[in-house]
Write a protein that binds this ligand. Sequence first.
Ligand code: ADP
Ligand code: MG
Ligand code: MG
Ligand code: MG
Ligand code: MG
Length: 607
Amino acid sequence: MGLPVKGTSIGWAETENAAPEIRRWATEQLLCLWRRQRHRTDSVASWGDEIEYSLFNLDPRTERATLLLDQEKVIRQWQESPASKEEPVILQWEWANYVVETTPAKPYTGSIEDLLNVQKNMKRRREIVNGFLMPNQHTLSLSFFPRAGADGQWTTPHGQNETYHSVCSLPRYRIVPENIIGRRETSKETCYPIYQDTQTPPFYDILPSGEEVRNHLCLDDLEIGIGCCSLQTTFQTSNESEARWLHDQLIPLAPIFLAMTAAVPIWKGYLVDTDVRWQRFGDVLDDRRPEEMATIVGLLPFTRLARDLTRECQPPRWTWNRTYISEEKPSGLESTSPLQPMNPAIKQRLLDGGMDESLATHFASILSRDPLILTQDDMDNLNTSNTKLFQLLQSCVWHAVRFKLPITDAGPGWCIEFRTMESQLTDEANAAFAIFSYLLSRAIVTMHLNFYIPIDKVGESMEFAKERDAVRRGRMWFRRTGWSGSTAISGSMCREHTHRMNGVAKGEYAFMTADEIFNGESGPDGFPGLVAIVRLYLEQSKMPEAEQAKLESYLELVSKRASGENPTPATWMREFVRSHEDYRQDSYVSERVCYDLMREIVRMNEE
Ligand code: ADP
Ligand code: MG
Ligand code: MG
Ligand code: MG
Ligand code: MG
C-alpha cells in the first residue's frame, strides 16, 4: 500500500527546501525506533503475501479487452460492506486505478492448515473483487496488460484519452510522479528491443528527446509502468539479527525468483525481447538528475546479447540491494562502485546513536534521498513522537528485498519483504511461489544457509534475469557451496564456518542455470538444489509425511518451472500469441489476439 500521507502536499520546490530538515528528523525517528525495538523478539515465524490484481472488461460483442479504472469504486464499496470485517482478506489501494492490492487479513503461520489455506485465500480475494464488477468484468493476476499504452486501452468505461491523472488513484499517487518529474527536470524513457519474429518489419520509435531508436519500443508514459503487478512475500523473524541474516541471503535469490516468475513479454501491443516488468516501475519512479546518472560502461560477461553493462553513479530508487547488513557477513563482498547517495552526517549520527557500520550504512543510503511528498502536517511535526518521516523516506526506496523494523509494539516484528516475483496467471502458481519462498526463508533461518555472493554479481544476475526466457536459456550467479549436508544439520557449525570465512573464494559461487539452482547439480559435490533443501527443512521441522505430501504439488510446480517443463507466464503468453490464427509473425499483438489471451487466462482460473 505504501507511503502514509495525511493532508495536502506542499509543492516540489518547498519539499526540496525542507529535505535537509526532513532527513535529520527521519534519522532521529529511526534511532528512537531502533533503540525501542532492537531487543524485540517474536516467537512465531508468521508471514503473508501481497498480490496486485488488474481489473478488466471483456466485451464479447466487439471482442475487445480493456482496463477498468474502478479501483476506487471497488475499495470504497468494500470498505462500506459488512463483509470487509468478516472476510479473511484485505483490499488495498495501489498506484494505478485499474489495480487492487490484496493480502490475507491475518498473517499465516507455518502450520499445514495455514499453508493449504494460501491458495483458497487467493481465490477468495478474486471472488470478492469480482463481486463488485459487472458480469463481463474480471480480476486477473496479470503482471501487466499487453496493450496498455496503445490507443483506447485504458479506461473503458471512463473515456478514451485519459492522462496519468485519471490512471493514478489516490492524490498521493499523482503527486509522487509529479515531484519525481519536478526533481529530475528531464523525461525518462524505457526502451525494450522488439522481439524479432520471422515477419517482423524494421521498427522505428522516437524518444522524447527526438532521437530515433531502431527496433526498440519506447515507453515514456507514466501510466505504462505504475500498473505493473507483483507477488510479494513478507516473513517475520524472531529478532533483529535473524532478520539481517535472512535479508542478506534473499538478496542473491531475488533475481533468480524474478526470472522464475517472468510474466511480461508484451508492452503496448508488441512482443518484446525481454520477459519481466521489474525495472519499468522503477523507471517511472526514477528521480535522478543527469549528474546523478553519470555512467561507467563495461562489457557484461557471458551475456548472449553481449550488450554493455551500464553502472550508474547513483542507483535508482527501485533497484537490487547494494547493502548486506548481517553482523556475520563475510568481508570483501562490497561493490566496486561507491554507495550513493551517502550523506556522511546521517551515517555518523546513526553510528553515534549506537548502530554498527553495516546497519548505519544501509539506513544512511536510504535516508540520504530526498522526500518525494510532504504535507503541511509533516512540516508541523518535526519531532520524534512518531516514525512518519522515517517511513516516508524508507517507503520511497524500492529495494528488491526490504528490511522492515517493527514500527509499533503491537504490530509485526522484524520482517523481511521479498519483492521481485511477478504475479502469476493462476492462484495455484501464485500460491506455489508464495509458499515456496516462505519455506525457503525458514530453511535459510533454521539451517543458517549462506548464499552470499559479491554484491556486484547480484546486479549482473538482475540483468540476466530480465532476458527473454532466462529460466531455460540463461544463467545467474549463485553460491553453490552455501550448503553442505553436514554443516546444514548443525546451525552452530555453520555459524562458525561463516565466522572463519574471509571473503568468498573463487569457485564457491558459479554461473548456474535455474534448473541447477532449484533441482540440483549432478555429482557428489554438486549443490543439492533449493527444492531438496526445502524438502529437508520440512522433514527436520517434523511435519508428518502425510502433511508434507499435501505440499508436494507446489514444490513440483516450482521444480518444473526451473526445469522448463512448466513455462513461465511470459513464455506461455508469447507462445499463445505466436500460435494465434490472427497473429502475422510480425511481433504485433492485435486487439483480437489480446482479447482471446485475456479470455484464456480467465478460463484457466475457472477450472
Ligand atoms: P507494504 O506496504 O510493505 O507492501 P502491506 O501492508 O501492503 O505492506 O503488506 C504487508 C504484508 O506483510 C502482507 O503480506 C501481510 O500479510 C504481511 N504481514 C502482516 N503482518 C505480519 C506479521 N506479523 N508477520 C509476517 N507478515 C506479516
Ligand atoms: Mg503493492
Ligand atoms: Mg503492499
Ligand atoms: Mg507496498
Ligand atoms: Mg509490499
